[in-house]
Design a protein around this ligand. Structure first.
Ligand SMILES: C[S@@+](CC[C@H](N)C(=O)[O-])C[C@H]1O[C@@H](n2cnc3c(N)ncnc32)[C@H](O)[C@@H]1O
Length: 299
C-alpha cells in the first residue's frame, strides 16, 4: 500500500534520462536556473568590486574616534614642540609615546634626531603613523608598533611624550617610576594623581583647548634608612618630595627636601644639603651648620 502511494508521487523515470525535447517545461526550467546563477555571480562580483574600491580608500582618522582605553584626539603641533622643548629632546634620547595615534609626537622627536617608538592599539593608526614617518623622512628613527600601552615595555625610554587621561596615566605610573632616574615625562594637559609636575608651561599659537604641557622628572628612589658619618638619615618619599629625620644619638632633626631625578636637596636643622644619588650611595655639599661635604650609604 505504502509503496504504491510512493510510486504514484515519485517520477517513474529519472529526470536525467528524459529527453528535454520531449519535455519543453524542463528546458524552460533549466534556462531560468542558468539565468539565476549568472545573475547571482554578477551581483556578488559587483559587490566585492565595490568593497575593494572602498578598501582602497586611504584611512582617514576622525577626531574623537573610539580607542581601546581612550579616544583619539591629536596633540596640536605647537604643543608638541613645547613638550619636546621642555624635555630638552636631542639625538641622545629614546622617546616613547603610549597611545601614539598618527605618530606626531614620535615623528616630532625624530625630526630632532631622537629615536622613538609609538605604541598604538588601532592598527589603522599604526599604518598611518608609519606612512607619515616615511613622508617626513624619519622612518629610520621612528618606529610604530600595534599593541596595548598597559603591557608595553617602556624600560628603554628616557623620555615619554604622551596625551592620555589621568586615569590612564595613574595606571601607568608604577612603570614611569621604574624608569631610569632623571628620565623626563612630558604630558599634554592631564596630570598624574599625587605627582606634581616639576614644570608646567603653555604653548602659544594654534593649540585650541590643548595648550598646556607638564614635565615630570622621574625621581631616584631614596626611601629608607641611610647611614651618614654624623648620624642616621631616615627618608619618606612621595614622588619627588622627601621628608624624614636626621638622628644623632638622642638628637633628632626634621628633614624636608626634594629630588629632581638624581639630584637631591634637603634641609636639616640650619643646614642645606645638596648632592647626587647614585644607587645605594649619595653625596654632595652642605651649606650652613659646619658646612663642607656630606655622604650617605643605604642601610
Ligand atoms: C588622545 S590620543 C593621543 C594621540 C597622540 N599621542 C597625540 O598626542 O596626538 C590617544 C590614543 O591612544 C590610543 N589608545 C587607546 N587605548 C590604547 C591602549 N590600551 N593601547 C594603545 N593605544 C591605545 C587611541 O587609539 C588614541 O590613538
Amino acid at each position: 500500500m505504502v509503496s504504491r502511494r510512493l510510486s504514484f508521487v515519485a517520477d517513474p523515470i529519472p529526470v536525467a534520462k528524459q529527453s528535454l525535447s520531449r519535455r519543453p517545461h524542463l528546458k524552460a526550467r533549466r534556462c531560468i536556473l542558468q539565468s539565476f546563477v549568472v545573475l547571482s555571480f554578477a551581483v556578488v562580483a559587483a559587490g566585492s568590486l565595490a568593497q575593494e574600491k572602498q578598501e582602497k580608500k586611504p584611512f582617514q582618522p576622525v577626531v574623537g574616534q573610539s580607542g581601546k582605553d581612550v579616544v583619539w584626539v591629536p596633540t596640536p603641533f605647537v604643543l608638541i614642540e613645547k613638550m619636546l622643548d621642555l624635555a630638552r629632546v636631542t639625538s641622545q634620547d629614546y622617546v616613547m609615546d603610549l597611545g601614539s595615534g598618527d605618530g606626531r609626537n614620535i615623528i616630532g622627536a625624530a625630526k630632532r634626531g631622537a629615536r622613538g617608538k609609538g605604541i598604538e592599539w588601532n592598527h589603522n593608526m599604526v599604518d598611518l603613523a608609519k606612512r607619515r614617518a616615511q613622508e617626513a623622512g624619519v622612518a629610520d628613527k621612528a618606529e610604530f608598533v600595534q599593541g596595548d600601552m598597559y603591557v608595553a615595555d617602556i624600560s628603554q625610554a628616557n623620555v615619554m611624550a604622551m596625551f592620555l587621561l589621568t586615569e590612564n596615566l595613574d595606571k601607568l605610573m608604577p612603570k614611569f617610576l621604574d624608569l631610569k632616574p632623571g628620565s623626563r615625562i612630558v604630558i599634554n594637559g592631564f596630570g598624574i594623581t599625587g605627582w606634581s609636575p616639576d614644570v608646567t608651561e603653555r604653548a602659544s599659537g594654534d593649540c585650541g583647548s590643548w595648550c598646556t604641557a607638564h614635565l615630570f622628572y622621574v625621581p631616584a628612589k631614596v626611601v629608607g634608612t641611610w647611614q651618614m658619618p654624623g648620624g642616621k638619615l631616615t627618608i619618606k618619599q612621595a614622588f619627588q618630595k622627601i621628608s624624614g629625620t636626621l638622628a644623632n644619638g638622642a638628637n633628632s632633626t626634621p628633614v624636608e627636601g626634594s629630588l629632581k631625578g638624581e639630584e637631591i636637596a634637603f634641609t636639616a636643622g640650619g643646614a642645606t644639603y645638596t648632592g647626587r644619588v647614585n644607587g645605594n650611595s649619595m653625596s654632595g655639599d652642605v651649606k650652613g651648620g659646619v658646612g663642607g661635604k656630606w655622604s650617605a650609604t643605604k642601610k
